[in-house]
Each structure stands twice: as structure tokens, then as C-alpha cells.
Design a protein around this ligand. Structure first.
Ligand SMILES: [Zn+2]
Length: 258
């Protein structure tokens, strides 16, 4: 019976590498050069437990591509789909994890080889501090990453995400923090910047109205202004940025919770 359950789980999860199995364990697909001992160390699960869980006889040899059940590890979590501009360290940071953890859990050979559209498992225990800056259904009109600028026509980095929002839509603080900037900022028009814990800042651009003042402490979910079309913009929208130590990050992975 136990073996049947394992087979069913592996059948349901017919994907390569690591897969979470709720309540049962993980699935590991054997890579070239791996040994049972190495796999046991990698997952910090006793070798004996792996042998038992897989009804593995000591005389058997591991086959490349073979799927093993790694028992005793049942981390709940979520899948994150890699988007343009994502980095493993950025995704990790946004979930309060170390990138090496994500690399190991997901059996990623090189953090530089993240494929857009591939899925990364984010284990639980990671807390995510940012909420959505709008309370309307989010419609992304321009993603984070390199793009041809809709107004200037130049190829350059888009340092945030654009969300469609009619002028006058309430904009909310994505996390508690101190307002560090209010006013006009070049092409971004009317802008609010908030300093958060952990060297993060969030920025809200093209606002029609600003409803906070510099130095003010805002709670999560406080209305900080109204969206608009100020600055260089092709239509009403909210430009939202998350910066870590001053450098922009793809906000997408930060907005998957709350
Ligand atoms: Zn933008």
C-alpha cells in the first residue's frame, strides 16, 4: 500500500528534479554523478530512510533519471514562475531566503541559467513583507526588465511594474515604513517613496495626488495617494518599484502573497 502511494505521487508529479509532496516527502530525480550517500546529505535525511521509502535494495544501483522519494521532508510552499528580469537572488530575497537554499531545493545547476517560465519551489517559512499597492484586480501593462520605452522609443531598463489604474484610484503603502520622498521626480511625475526595514524602499509613480508627507510613518495599507498620468506616461497607470539597497528588484515575486 505504501509503495502504491509513492508510485501514485511520483506519477502525479512527473516532473524532473525536486518536487514537493504534501505530507509525504520530496521527489528527487537522480542526476549524473550522484550517490545515495550524497543525496542523503543533500536533503539531510538518513540514508536508511531513503532506502526504506523507496524499497531500495542495497545491491541495486542508482540510475540516472531515477526518481527517489525523499521522506520526512514535507515543506509546504508555493510555486513561483520565473519572469523576465528575475534573478535567483532577487526571488530568494523577496521570500527571506538565501539564494543557495533555493538553488539546492530546486536543483538549479547555475543561478545564471534561470529560464523564463520555469517554476521555482518556494518553501514555507519564508515571510513576505509586501502587499499590493492597488486594491483593484492587478493588470500589468508593462513588466520589469528591458523594454523599448513607449514614449522615447529607446531600449532601456524598466525599473518597476506598471499596473493599469484609472486616474484617482487609491494607492496603498505596500509595507509599513517612513515616507522619504514626495513630489515631482523627472519622468515619473508625482512620486512617493517609502523606506522600509531591511534596506528596502518602494516607489509609486505617475500619481495624480499625494496624500502623505515626507518623514511621516505609514502603516501597511495606508492610502498614500491617488494614481494618475503625471510625468512621461502614455496613459493612467501606477508605476511601482521595489528597491533593495537602492537597486531595483523585480516586484513580481514580492506581490505573490497578502
Ligand atoms: Zn513604469
Amino acid at each position: 500500500m505504501r509503495k502504491q502511494i509513492h508510485i501514485l505521487i511520483i506519477f502525479l508529479l512527473g516532473v524532473s528534479g525536486f518536487s514537493p509532496v504534501l505530507g509525504a516527502g520530496l521527489q528527487h530525480q537522480v542526476q549524473k554523478g550522484e550517490t545515495l550517500w550524497g543525496i542523503s546529505r543533500k536533503y539531510e535525511v538518513p540514508l536508511k530512510s531513503i532506502l526504506q521509502a523507496n524499497s531500495f535494495r542495497p545491491t541495486e544501483h542508482l540510475q540516472i533519471g531515477q526518481k527517489l522519494l525523499i521522506p520526512g521532508k514535507s515543506p509546504g510552499g508555493v510555486w513561483y514562475q520565473v519572469k523576465q528580469g528575475d534573478t535567483l537572488s532577487g526571488i530568494a530575497r523577496s521570500h527571506n531566503l538565501k539564494w543557495r537554499e533555493l538553488q539546492q531545493i530546486n536543483s538549479i545547476s547555475s543561478p545564471h541559467l534561470l529560464q523564463i517560465g520555469s517554476r521555482i519551489f518556494i518553501p514555507n517559512g519564508s515571510s513576505l513583507g509586501f502587499g499590493k499597492p492597488l486594491r483593484i484586480p492587478l493588470r500589468v501593462t508593462s513588466r520589469y526588465g528591458y523594454r523599448v520605452h513607449p514614449v522615447t522609443g529607446r531600449h532601456r531598463m524598466h525599473e518597476g511594474i506598471d499596473f493599469r489604474a484609472a486616474t484617482g484610484t487609491r494607492v496603498y503603502a505596500a509595507q509599513a515604513g517612513r515616507v522619504i520622498y514626495t513630489g515631482w521626480k523627472g519622468g515619473y511625475g508625482k512620486v512617493v517613496g517609502i523606506q522600509h526595514q531591511g534596506d528596502f524602499t518602494t516607489w509609486y509613480g505617475h500619481l495624480s495626488q499625494i496624500r502623505v508627507s515626507s518623514g511621516e510613518y505609514v502603516h501597511f495599507g495606508k492610502v498614500i495617494g491617488l494614481s494618475g498620468n503625471t510625468g512621461i506616461s502614455t496613459g493612467p497607470h501606477l508605476h511601482f518599484e521595489i528597491r533593495y539597497k537602492g537597486r531595483s528588484e523585480n516586484p513580481a515575486p514580492y506581490l505573490t502573497h497578502r
